[in-house]
Design a protein around this ligand. Structure first.
Ligand code: UDP
Length: 262
C-alpha cells in the first residue's frame, strides 16, 4: 500500500503537495498498478473554473493525482499551510515521465494539438529520450462523435501513459468521459505542451519562470488570454479569504479545547 500523499483543499479542489520527484514516482507506481488513473496538472485558472462548475470540480476531485502547475497555485498552497510546496510544471513533468518511460520500457501516446503537432512533438521526444516507445499520436481536432473511436485506438496502441493536449477543461472531461474505453492506462492533461515540445510555441525564459512571471510572458505572446487571466487576482483574493476563514476556525477550535480543559 502506497503512503498517502499530502493534500490540501484550494477553493474546493483537492491538490497534492508533491514535488517533481514525488509526482514522477507516484505516476510510475500508478503505471505499475495497471489500472485507469487520471493525473491533473492544475493551475489557478482551472481552480477558478472548478470553484463554479461542480462537474469539473468532481473530475478534479476524482483524479488520482493533482499537481500544482502554476505559481499562483503554489503561492495559494503556501498561504494555506504547506510552505514547502513547489511548482510541478506540466511540461517538465512530461519530460521526466518520458525519461522514466524510456528507462522502464513503457509506451506513450500523444493525443491533441493541431494536425502534425503531436507527430512533431513525438519526433522531438524520440530524439531527446533514446529508447522511448511512442505507441501512437493523433491530433486533437476531431468531432466528439469520434470520441469512442479515438479512445479505442489509444487503448489498442498498448500505450501505458497517455498525454492529452486539448486545453482545459476539455482534456480533463475527455479523459474522465472515456475512462472505461481507455482501460488500464495513466492519462494526463498537458495543455499546450506539444506546441512547446514541437517548437511551435516558445516557453517563457528561465528568468521569467524563476520570478514567477510566466503568466505575464504568455499574456504578452498570446494577448487573447487576457480575459482568462482576469481570474487570477480574483483567485488570490478568494485564497486569502479561505486562509483567513481556516485560521479563524483553528483559533475557535483551540479556544474550545482550552475551555473544556479548564
Ligand atoms: N486543442 C486541441 N483540440 C481542441 C482544442 C485545443 O487539440 O479542440 C489544443 C491546441 O491546439 C493546443 C492545446 O490544445 O495545443 C491548448 O493549449 P493551451 O495552452 O491553450 O492549454 P490550456 O492552458 O488551455 O490548458
Amino acid at each position: 500500500m502506497e503512503r498517502a500523499l499530502p493534500q490540501l483543499q484550494v477553493l474546493g479542489s483537492r491538490v497534492h503537495g508533491v514535488d517533481m520527484t514525488q509526482a514522477c514516482a507516484r505516476i510510475e507506481a500508478l503505471v505499475d498498478e495497471q489500472r485507469f488513473a487520471h493525473v491533473v496538472t492544475f493551475g489557478s485558472e482551472m481552480a477558478m473554473l472548478a470553484r463554479r462548475d461542480g462537474a469539473y470540480r468532481d473530475v478534479i476531485n476524482g483524479a488520482d493525482l493533482v499537481v500544482p502547475d502554476s505559481i499562483g497555485l503554489v503561492s495559494a498552497m503556501r498561504v494555506l499551510g504547506r510552505p514547502e510546496c513547489e511548482r510541478v510544471a506540466g511540461i517538465d513533468l512530461v519530460a521526466d515521465l518520458c525519461a522514466m518511460c524510456a528507462r522502464r520500457g513503457f509506451g506513450i501516446y500523444l493525443l491533441g494539438g493541431a494536425p502534425s503537432v503531436a507527430a512533431a512533438a513525438a519526433d522531438e521526444l524520440l530524439k531527446r529520450y533514446p529508447g522511448l516507445q511512442v505507441a501512437g499520436v493523433r491530433d486533437g481536432y476531431f468531432p466528439s462523435s469520434d470520441d469512442a473511436d479515438v479512445a479505442d485506438g489509444v487503448r489498442r496502441s498498448g500505450a501505458q501513459l497517455l498525454f492529452v493536449a486539448l486545453g482545459f477543461p476539455k482534456q480533463e472531461f475527455w479523459i474522465r468521459g472515456n475512462a472505461v474505453r481507455l482501460g488500464a492506462m495513466v492519462c494526463m492533461g498537458v495543455g499546450g505542451s506539444f506546441d512547446v515540445i514541437a517548437g511551435r510555441l516558445k516557453r517563457a525564459p528561465a528568468l521569467a519562470r524563476r520570478l514567477g512571471l510566466e503568466w505575464l510572458y504568455r499574456l504578452a505572446r498570446e494577448p487573447r488570454r487576457w480575459r482568462r487571466q482576469l481570474a487570477l487576482p480574483q483567485f488570490a483574493a478568494l485564497v486569502a479569504a479561505q486562509a483567513l476563514r481556516e485560521r479563524r476556525n483553528h483559533q475557535r477550535a483551540r479556544d474550545a479545547t482550552r475551555s473544556i480543559r479548564r
